[in-house]
Write a protein that binds this ligand. Structure first.
Ligand SMILES: [Zn+2]
Length: 344
């Protein structure tokens, strides 16, 4: 069992640019930071706490040990905030610029670095290349950014399932095994029980059903310790159908496409990146949610605009989330991310 953390949280509320109430968790270590702020941005249907899996050393522990000032963003996709049928353009235009402003205002720093994951990554990268995050100078992105590519099974499952679900529920909830709130919820939990036999956690199986093609979809069981496999239960919740609808359109287009008219270009890749930030893209080669090809395509696009400036790390034996939650990620992954945060 991991020792209790030696840090405490300061919750800093911030208001997104459309008025939506979000917050930041400022993680205060035993000593004052010796390096600048790093903002960590979670994915869909989870929350800021996702970065604090009970591995012996998680990414927050690791960054604190290096002296970073660590901030975790709860944007509108967080299960700690009011449920809403969000899309990623709203997160890009309304949430992340306001979060960056809040961190810089609180710390007095002039710039910050970011580590972003999945839909926190798509939306944050979108904001960055659209010129909305001029004070973010290094961005470490995991799994997917501007060019989502999904496995063949998801190509079949999503366009078939989402229109059916849409008429019956506004969300899929990985907490449904505890409190199914509709007949479709009960049917899905039963279907997951009947078709997934990879482990004894119905919550782990619900996550696989919801987010990918695999048993399990977002991690390899061999990469997680037992505490983390149990901890998953409390970390995954509702994800709106609107998100899946948007992702189907993005996958078909081959790049992110907006759902609302917030001033983002219809094709995010049609213009050069409007930022001086340096990008380090990570992808687990075993990712069964978004294929590593996703990050490869974004890297190729970035590299075409600034040859040699950005980096791509394709990581063997890791998938989607064990990159952060894995028991050995502090040896296999975090040093590479820290190296990228520090590179000139
Ligand atoms: Zn499992």
């Amino acid at each position: 069992m991991k020792n209790p953390p030696t840090y405490r949280d300061e919750v800093v509320p911030f208001t997104a640019r459309d008025g939506f109430a979000c917050n930041l968790i400022h993680v205060l270590g035993k000593t004052s930071p010796t390096r600048g702020p790093v903002l960590l941005v979670h994915g869909a249907g989870v929350r800021a706490n996702l970065f604090r899996a009970p591995a012996e050393v998680n990414v927050v522990d690791y960054l604190l040990s290096l002296g970073y000032d660590v901030w975790l963003e709860n944007w509108r996709g967080s299960i700690d905030l009011a449920f809403n049928s969000w899309n990623i353009d709203q997160a890009a235009v309304y949430d992340h610029p306001a979060a960056v402003d809040a961190v810089l205002s609180h710390t007095g720093a002039s710039t910050l670095k970011a580590i972003i994951h999945c839909q926190g990554s798509t939306s944050f990268m979108w904001a960055a290349v659209a010129g909305l995050l001029p004070r973010v100078n290094v961005i470490v992105s995991n799994a997917v950014s501007l060019h989502p590519v999904i496995p063949g099974w998801s190509h079949l499952k999503l366009p078939f399932a989402i229109p059916i679900l849409k008429g019956q529920t506004a969300y899929i909830d990985c907490q449904w095994p505890d409190h199914p709130d509709s007949s479709i919820a009960r049917a899905i939990v039963e279907a997951v029980r009947l078709t997934h036999h990879e482990c004894n956690s119905i919550y782990c199986k619900m996550v696989s059903f919801t987010y990918g093609a695999g048993f399990p979809a977002l991690w390899s069981h061999a990469n997680l310790n037992e505490d983390t496999h149990t901890w998953i239960h409390q970390e995954f919740g509702k994800v709106p159908i609107t998100f899946f609808e948007q992702m189907i359109e993005c996958v078909r287009a081959g790049h992110l496409v907006p759902k609302t008219n917030l001033g983002l270009p219809a094709d995010v890749t049609a213009q050069a990146p409007q930022t001086d930030a340096r990008f380090a893209l990570f992808a687990g080669l075993e990712n069964k949610c978004f294929l590593p090809e996703s990050q490869q395509r974004t890297y190729d696009w970035l590299n075409a605009h600034a040859p040699g400036r950005h980096t791509l790390h394709l990581i063997p034996n890791y998938g989607h989330l064990d990159v952060f939650m894995g028991k050995d990620a502090s040896e296999d992954i975090f040093p590479l991310m820290a190296q990228e945060l520090e590179a000139a």
